[in-house]
Ligand binder design. Sequence first.
Ligand code: CA
Length: 217
Amino acid sequence: MRILLVEDEPDVRMAISRSLREDGYAVDEADNGVDGLTKAKWWEYDAIILDVMLPRMDGLKMLAALREKINTPVLILSARDSLNNRIQGLDSGADDYLVKPFSMAELLARLRALIRRSNGNADPILRYEDITLDLTSKKVTKGETPVDLTAREYSIFELLMVNRGALFTRAKIYEHLVDEDDSSMSNVVEVHMLRIRKKLGRDIITTRRGLGYMIDG
Ligand code: CA
C-alpha cells in the first residue's frame, strides 16, 4: 500500500513516515498543500494523511480541490480540536479525523481501518479458498499452517486480496508498492509472484496474459 503524507512540520513528518515504512507502507511526502495536491492527482494512493495547517494551500482547501476528481480515502490530522474543525474536515470529504498529539499506534490502526473500509472489507480477516490474511497482524495462513512471506511478497498479496476482483497490471502493482524514494532493484513483480505462488498455491493468483494479475472476486 502506498500512502501520501502531507505535513509541513519536519519532525512530525519524519516520525510518521518512519512508522509507516516500518509497518510496510510505501510513503510519498509533501510539505505543503500545492505539492500535496499535485502528487495526489498524479499517483493512485491507497490513502492520504493530510495535516490541516499547511503552507501555500491549507489541508481543507486541498481536500476540497482533490474531491472534485478523486475519492482516495483521507485521514485529516489537526492540532485544532474544536468541534467546528472536525465538522469542517468531514464536510470537506475527509474519511476520518485525528487530533494532535496522537499515538502512532492509533494512526496506524485508523489507517488500516480506513483502507479496509474504502475497499468494502468490514472484517480485518480476509479469506480466499484455504488462505487467510489478517490485515492487523499481517499474518497469512494456508489451511492451518502459517506461511512465511517476505515484506514485499506480503505487500503484493495484500494488495490483491484487499482489492479482490480487480486486475492489477505490473505498472499498477509498482505504483501501489514503490514510493518515489525507492530505487531498489528488488521489485521485479514476476519474481515475487512466482514466490508467492510457490508458498500459497499456483492457482490463488490468476494471470490475465498481457494484462496483469488478480485474485478472483
Ligand atoms: Ca501543520
